[in-house]
Design a protein around this ligand. Structure first.
Ligand code: IVH
Length: 666
């Protein structure tokens, strides 16, 4: 067998096994065998770059090259559906269709999957492009990300598919992946996704397709479009598309009567809770495409389809009290304290009330019976008050607090923001503790051995009043506290000491300036290579920096204008924290190529050979003369010698062109 034949065989086998596993749920080989085949294909593709294929199964692993999405116009606009929550409107829809058509018709009943919609274009049986809904007229080209979703075929099975067609559907994050992802994010102290829909759409827009590959998305397809489709029936077209390799729901059903439709609705209203993915309703579609054309469209949606949304699960319970939490940034969150009530399998005692406007809108009184909903969200929310259940003695009206429950400061509300804040950044206990917790977290100063409880303890004991006090802690101070031994005390002090070498950009992040996340901190560290430059920075200059808008700029300016903050930064500087970029960073040195042996071969256009040699060294790699088993990759320009090419192939060494190399070290 030639290498080309071997590659083709592996690709076909892997496409088939992938389909068996991800679409049919019926694998024929073990995971290990699958991985081994994939690795073999990867090696062959590296050795024979001339046989590269955009739709190879190896494309499913994603890459971590950054990309900005390109916008693409939809060939057919992506419309939305008319929505209803009422059964009588379903009857109205049915009767309208009946009257307009004045002939027999069937309705296809489907589940309404709650994810993010996608339009896939196939040409000659191969996935060409995947585009998000966007504004309905044009969307983002997310093809590389979509290729990592294993249930989406890259190459179709043999069949009578049109030369060119589109198929649309919903990209979903199954409950199981969603819960696992949030557990991981909790550990890493990253913000949680509120529901699988947000997680799916957030993931799909990721700039890094390797992240998408790791997140385990799934997809159901529910709409075939094109000039020459195989059948007149929507249902029949999808069943045919199933034989081409698409994942089509097994729960579609054709209804002949209104009663059939209600049976379907009633069955799935409860049964959907046993599905592995989120659904929020059902979709009814006139089945015949000819009849669909006759019915046509309104400006926004088809007249031949409607979505019936399930009532979110809700419970009725008594409001006992509203309490207020103060976060690290001083943001105040009102929380409803409720009589415990069962909701979607858990007992709910507290629910979010979001902000003052929501409370005002609900006209909430203590003792009211309130509706609590979960609707796919983790944190339940209050959605209404059963006013008809109020008796003569109405409880006290809930009025948003005016002063901080922790420190008594008068609350403020920033223009255009819904939340109230406690402005007492430097002396409000939860803000101080929150700031310290943020400061020591992994992505900031990465101080081990300290958690929220220890921080709380140190604070209670008067050992720390702000982050600079951490650096004054002595083993003896810590050791005498409850539950602390000599060993853990020593570790904490050591870890605090080590944090003095954490780079400047992370120190900037660790300060906990409002709206300054990791990315913004990185940008700021390049804008002001020494922190003292930020003392005088003006809003206008800051907004010139990428990713920094008016709001962030103002926050940075006001942080450094506050004398207490400036004094803290100065204390930290004297303690020895990194408050400027070091010479290596300034020179652009990185360790992106650490441990790699790179051979340079051929003729280049962007840089000279010597420049490439310098670049390799600047990024921690080594430039070596001849190709051997130890070579990590070859940086190849034009006309690399055939003998070298052959040797590289034999050894399975990756060949990287100029552009790829420059992206690697970007
Ligand atoms: S059909 C023109 N079928 O619901 C009709 N949509 O507002 C195109 N959805 O944006 C949509 N499950 O993201 C259709 N079985 C299903 C669906 C479905 C979920 C989503 C889709 C669309 C929205 C409708």
């Amino acid at each position: 067998m030639t290498a080309k034949e071997k590659i083709d065989r592996l690709r076909a086998d892997l496409h088939r096994h992938n389909y068996n596993y991800y679409v049919l749920n019926a694998p024929e080989i073990s995971d290990k065998e699958f991985d081994d085949m994939m690795r073999e294909l990867q090696n062959l593709e590296q050795a024979y770059p001339e046989y590269a294929d955009e739709n190879s199964p190896t494309m499913r692993v994603g890459s971590d090259l950054n990309k900005d999405f390109v916008q693409v116009a939809h060939k057919y606009p992506m419309l939305s559906l008319g929505n209803t929550y009422s059964e009588s409107e379903v009857t109205d829809f049915y009767n309208r269709v009946k009257e307009s058509l004045n002939e027999d018709f069937e309705i296809c009943c489907e589940l309404k999957y709650d994810g993010t919609s996608i339009s896939l274009t196939y040409e000659n049986g191969r996935l060409l492009r995947a585009v998000t809904r966007g504004d309905g007229e044009k969307g983002d080209d997310v093809t590389d990300n979509v290729k990592t979703i294993r249930s989406i075929p890259l190459v179709l099975h043999h069949g009578n598919y049109p030369q060119s067609f589109e198929i649309r559907g919903e990209i979903l994050m199954p409950w199981e992946s969603f819960e696992a992802l949030n557990r991981e994010r909790e550990l890493r102290e990253e913000p949680l996704f509120a529901n699988p829909r947000n997680a799916a759409s957030g993931t799909l827009k990721s700039q890094n397709s390797a992240v998408v590959a790791a997140r385990k998305l799934d997809a159901y397809l529910y709409y075939l479009l094109g000039e020459d489709l195989p059948c007149d029936g929507h249902y029949e077209n999808l069943q045919t598309a199933k034989t081409w390799g698409f994942k089509i729901s097994d729960h579609m059903k054709k209804a002949q009567t209104l009663q059939d439709i209600f049976d379907y609705i009633n069955y799935w209203d409860t049964e959907r809770k046993n599905l592995p993915v989120a659904t929020d309703g059902i979709v009814l579609k006139v089945n015949s495409l000819k009849q669909q054309r006759n019915l046509g469209y309104t400006a926004k949606s088809p007249r031949w389809a409607i979505a019936y949304k399930f009532q979110a699960e809700r419970a009725l319970t008594r409001l006992n009290k509203v309490s207020y939490q103060v976060g690290r940034t001083g943001a105040i969150t009102p929380v409803a304290n409720l009589d415990p009530v069962q909701l979607s399998g858990t007992v709910v005692r507290r629910a979010s009330l979001h902000n003052a406007d929501i409370i005002e809108g609900l006209d909430l009184h203590i003792g009211d019976m309130v509706y609590v909903e979960k609707g796919g969200e983790i944190i339940p929310k209050i959605t209404g008050v059963a006013k008809e259940m109020r008796d003569g003695n109405l409880g006290e009206k809930v009025v948003f607090i005016t002063h901080c429950p922790e420190c008594g400061s008068k609350l403020i509300r920033y223009e255009g923001e819904a939340a109230h804040y406690c402005p007492n950044e430097t002396a409000c206990p939860p803000q101080i503790k929150g700031k310290i917790e943020h400061f020591i977290s992994r992505k900031a100063m990465n101080i081990d051995g300290l958690g929220p409880e220890t921080v709380d303890l140190f604070y209670q004991q008067g050992l720390i009043k702000d982050v600079s006090d951490l650096y004054l802690l002595k083993v003896e101070d810590i050791e005498r506290l409850e539950r602390m031994g000599r060993k853990s005390a020593e570790n904490i002090v050591k870890s605090i000491e080590q944090s003095k070498s954490v780079p400047y950009e992370r120190v900037l992040f660790a300060l906990g300036i409002r709206f300054v996340g990791e990315t913004v901190a990185k940008r700021l560290s390049r804008f002001a290579t020494d922190i003292t430059e930020l003392y005088q920075a003006e809003t206008d200059a800051l907004t010139e920096v990428d990713d920094i808008g008016e709001k962030i700029a103002q926050s940075v300016v006001s942080y450094f204008r506050n004398p207490q903050n400036k004094a803290l930064v100065e204390r930290l500087r004297h303690i020895g924290l990194q408050m400027k970029q070091n010479a290596e960073e300034l020179a652009g040195k990185t360790d992106k190529l650490a441990g790699q042996n790179v051979v340079i071969s051929g003729v280049f256009t962007h840089h000279s050979r010597d420049e490439y040699k310098a670049l390799i060294e600047k990024h921690g790699g080594k430039n070596t003369g001849s190709i051997s088993g130890k070579t990590s990759f070859i940086l190849a320009g034009e006309s690399m010698g055939p003998a070298k090419l052959e040797k590289a192939r034999k050894l399975g060494i990756r060949i990287v062109n100029e552009d790829e190399f420059l992206q690697m070290i970007e």
